[in-house]
Design a binder for this molecule. Structure first.
Ligand code: F6P
Length: 319
């Protein structure tokens, strides 16, 4: 395989640039030509494709976002859209494609694979919800962004003896909420993977106040409920001064952490190795610190699982 392409798709994530850089540098090191596809599958269909050289990815490893830009593209879910994309790939003589993104991006890569075009998926999303990999690129950076926010919120919560609800991203997954809640010492963590009883939350808040607790932090994943609504209910049921912070898209930005830069470099480079061996239809990931690959179609069939023991630990440590 002498000519490959790379694109970023779906919600951007810190570390995507490090992955793009690794794909480009690895390919060029092995005397392949590499083409950047701009704006994800939308750009693929419209032929926003440009050859890259080693200089194209200089000075980006430490920047969040993606120099290839990204887009959410409903048209690529259609057969027509996919055929448009393949036509563009053939027009540029591109023989294989590295897709960096989340599960929506993997569905596009799966479609291309099913049309016989070799693709490799690299898990790039802050949600950490891609089956087959313990961590996705961007999760560690987003986690540290959330922790920084929780620590700051805790300062003002204690100054005003307030209860704070902090809503974090994650789409339908609770990983960001669970990990940030545990690391931030939250009194309560609400995740989509576990049901909750508002009466028990309120009773716990009241018990805390009775034993002299001056403030509480409740971390809620956006996939559970609207943080603002939850805050209103809690304030009504407890009569505690309550505020809500919805962290939103700041969780998607920022300089990628060292962990994300290394993970992205390892995964991006491995994706190129697989294409060099003509192994398309694969997804790469990390399991017990080993870089692995698996069938992308099987990956999408597997449900994402939360670390149950970690969830139980968070319950124990926030008694
Ligand atoms: O998938 C990443 C993510 O940030 C989710 O956590 C969030 O729900 C979604 O993207 C937001 O999508 P958009 O950036 O299109 O508003």
């Amino acid at each position: 395989m002498k000519r490959i392409g790379v694109l970023t798709s779906g919600g951007d994530a810190p570390g995507m640039n490090a992955a793009v850089r690794a794909v480009v540098r690895k390919a060029i090191y092995h005397e392949m030509e590499v083409f950047g596809v701009y704006q994800g599958y939308l750009g693929l269909m419209n032929g926003q494709i440009q050859q890259l050289d080693r200089g194209s990815v200089g000075d980006i490893i430490h920047h969040g976002g993606t120099v290839l830009r990204s887009a959410r593209c409903l048209e690529f879910k259609t057969l027509e859209g996919q055929k448009k994309g393949i036509k563009q790939l053939e027009k540029y003589g591109i023989e294989g494609l590295v897709v960096i993104g989340g599960d929506g991006s993997y569905r596009g890569a799966k479609a291309l694979t099913e049309h016989g075009f070799p693709c490799v998926g690299v898990p790039g999303t802050i949600d950490n919800d891609i089956p087959g990999t313990e961590f996705t690129i961007g999760f560690d950076t987003a986690l540290n962004t959330v922790i920084d926010a929780i620590d700051k919120i805790r300062d003002t919560a204690s100054s005003h003896e307030r209860t704070f609800v902090v809503e974090v991203m994650g789409r339908h997954a609770g990983d960001l909420a669970l990990w940030s809640g545990l690391a931030g010492g939250a009194e309560t963590i609400l995740i989509p993977e576990a049901s909750y009883d508002i009466n028990r939350i309120v009773a716990k808040l009241k018990r805390g106040q009775e034993r002299g607790k001056k403030h509480s932090i409740i971390v809620v994943a956006e996939g559970v409920t609207d943080g603002r609504e939850l805050g209103k209910v809690i304030e009504k049921m407890t009569n505690f001064d309550t505020r809500v912070s919805v962290l939103g898209h700041m969780q998607r930005g920022g300089a990628p952490s060292a962990a994300d830069r290394v993970l992205a470099s390892r995964l991006g480079a491995y994706a190129v190795e697989l294409l060099m061996e003509h192994k398309g239809g694969r997804a790469v990931g990390i399991e017990r610190n080993q870089i692995v690959d698996y069938d992308i179609i099987e990956a999408l069939a597997k449900p994402h699982k939360i670390d149950q023991r970690m969830y139980e630990l968070s319950q124990e440590l926030s008694i």
